[in-house]
Design a protein around this ligand. Structure first.
Ligand SMILES: Cc1cc2nc3c(=O)[nH]c(=O)nc-3n(C[C@H](O)[C@H](O)[C@H](O)COP(=O)(O)OP(=O)(O)OC[C@H]3O[C@@H](n4cnc5c(N)ncnc54)[C@H](O)[C@@H]3O)c2cc1C
Ligand code: SF4
Length: 475
């Protein structure tokens, strides 16, 4: 008889919507062993090719099944610096699990039967962190005399810093914000990624010798050439995609309309939900509309509905999306969780205009209904407006979550740094080197909005090329 997949336990939705505590619970040892035992140890495991950093999934699960947890931890760490983070946020259903032999052919995402690789990775990541297992610095004498600057402390910057520090290189990370982590801290809410997990991973980098300077915007405080002049031998740019896109429709400037970036940053990074104990207020509407269908939209909706509960407001939060659920780019689990928590979904809806009251506060949104047309360049069916289908949705707060683009603070003052029409930095795909010798880049500033592990994959490649650039062989 086929063994049943083990699903990680989740907190009850009625309780979890009243706080920001983690929703998905880590596997118990017994659960982890049961799930690891389902892996059939394929001769040629396809799951590995589904992982952007190529974790040896078969080996680590085999080690787990034999209770060799230390071995499993170091197998993962050979390829992935932050297993506890990726085990929580990786969209495994589009990546490793989708490639698992148990995923049925032609499915758009992983089948339920696919091995819960991310749950197992999280178990091992937390186990390793709990036991303070450390990957030691290699202590290469020649490298210990060079300094590398990393700009940005998101997953790309942190991963690159970790890889370089492991080889004994002195790394200084410059971060524009007052806290480290990039989207991991200001975007992804703590109920998906607890802050102690993030802090633990960042602390382990500091223990490897990485220095972090916050409140330092490169391109404002100092320029790329000044970093070279200060003795940095190479620079890695992990600037992310921090500028929100808007709909460009009338009324978008009305009060109580936020970009998802601003809304999530205020709450996740500046504790707006604890106002007045913290100094960053955020208005919470009675009828909230979130526009978009990606992870950002799901996070904004789940934060919004929590704030309604916590403020004693009868929850009414609706996601409006132009296509249907199957085309939503968000993680499947997040869509499921949002729905369980009471978020409503209105599909095939295209916003046309926001209308406000006499004081300039949003009161309703006019939208059109859509149907799906031919697939676009990305393969997703295009939404086509149905003529004469206009209708109104009442809302006293809206959050726009329709994408993010490149921030030009650094690129704008560095003309030698070539960018494409979106403002993304152009790199040599083999080395991640930019148009400036010794300057490398990776993560969302190169590929546009992607995933945490994709950003880390690029950063690892860049770290290898930086080591070569410094005249040593990357391992
Ligand atoms: C709300 C939200 C939810 C998401 N959920 C998921 C998910 O569940 N799973 C997943 O895999 N991916 C998710 N993503 C995508 C993922 O977070 C990104 O792909 C990833 O964070 C990109 O990493 P990065 O290091 O390139 O950039 P970022 O994480 O954006 O980090 C860039 C850092 O650089 C700093 N910086 C920028 N310019 C400068 C400068 N000039 N000087 C100094 N510092 C600078 C920024 O302040 C920031 O801290 C989500 C994204 C968002 C917005
Ligand atoms: S890092 Fe992400 S894609 Fe790679 S094995 Fe882990 S969950 Fe899968």
């Amino acid at each position: 008889m086929k063994k049943e997949p083990v699903k990680a336990k989740e907190r009850d939705s009625a309780a979890r919507v009243r706080d920001f505590e983690e929703v998905v619970q880590v596997f118990s040892e017994a659960e982890a062993l049961r799930e690891a035992a389902r892996c059939i140890q394929c001769k040629e495991p396809k799951c590995v090719s589904g992982c952007p950093v190529g974790i040896d999934i078969k080996t680590f699960i085999g080690q787990m099944a034999k209770k060799d947890y230390d071995g499993a931890y170091f197998t993962i760490r050979r390829k992935n610096n932050f297993p506890s983070i990726c085990g929580r946020v990786c969209p495994a259903e589009y990546q490793c699990r989708k490639a698992c032999v148990f995923t049925k052919k032609g499915e758009p995402f992983a089948s339920r039967e696919a091995i819960g690789i991310h749950f197992l990775e999280r178990f091992i990541g937390d186990y390793g962190a709990g036991k303070a297992l450390r990957v030691k610095a290699a202590g290469d004498d020649a490298l210990s005399r060079v300094k590398v600057a990393v700009v940005g402390s998101g997953p790309a910057g942190l991963c690159c810093a970790g890889e370089l520090a492991r080889r004994g290189i002195k790394v200084v990370v410059f971060e524009g914000l007052h806290k480290t982590g990039g989207v991991l801290r200001y975007g992804i809410p703590p109920f998906r990624l607890p802050r102690d997990i993030l802090d633990l991973e960042i602390d382990s980098l500091k223990k490897l010798g990485v220095e972090i300077r916050t409140n330092t915007i490169i391109g404002r405080v100092k320029a790329v050439d000044e970093l070279f002049a200060e003795g940095f031998s190479a620079i890695f740019l992990g600037l992310g995609a921090g500028i929100p896109s808007f709909l460009g429709i009338p009324g978008e400037n009305l009060c109580n309309i936020y970009s998802a970036n601003e809304f999530l940053t205020r709450v996740n990074l500046m504790s707006a939900h604890k106002y007045p104990a913290y100094h960053t207020p955020v208005n919470i509407g009675r009828h909230i509309v979130i526009i978009g269908g990606g992870n950002t939209a799901m996070d904004a909706a789940r934060v919004a509905i929590r704030l309604q509960h916590m403020n004693g407001i009868e929850p009414d939060t609706t996601i409006a999306y132009r296509r249907t659920e199957i085309e939503m780019p968000a993680r499947r689990l997040e869509i499921e969780h949002a729905r369980e928590e009471g978020v409503k979904f209105r599909m095939l809806v295209k916003p046309e205009e926001f209308m406000g009251d006499e004081k300039g506060f949003v009161k309703k949104m006019r939208a059109s209904r859509c149907e799906l047309g031919e697939p676009d360049a990305g393969g997703r069916r295009r939404p086509v407006v149905i003529p004469g289908s206009s209708f109104e949705i009442g809302c006293d707060m809206a959050v726009i979550a329709v994408g993010l683009g490149a921030n030009k603070i650094l690129t704008g003052v560095t003309p030698r740094l070539k960018t494409d029409k979106y403002g993304d930095v152009i790199v040599d795909p083999e080395t991640m080197q930019t148009s400036i010798k010794g300057v490398f880049a990776g993560g969302d500033i190169v590929g546009g909005e992607g995933t945490v592990i994709e950003a880390m994959g690029m950063a690892k490649k860049a770290a290898g090329a930086i080591i070569d650039h410094l005249g040593r062989k990357a391992d």
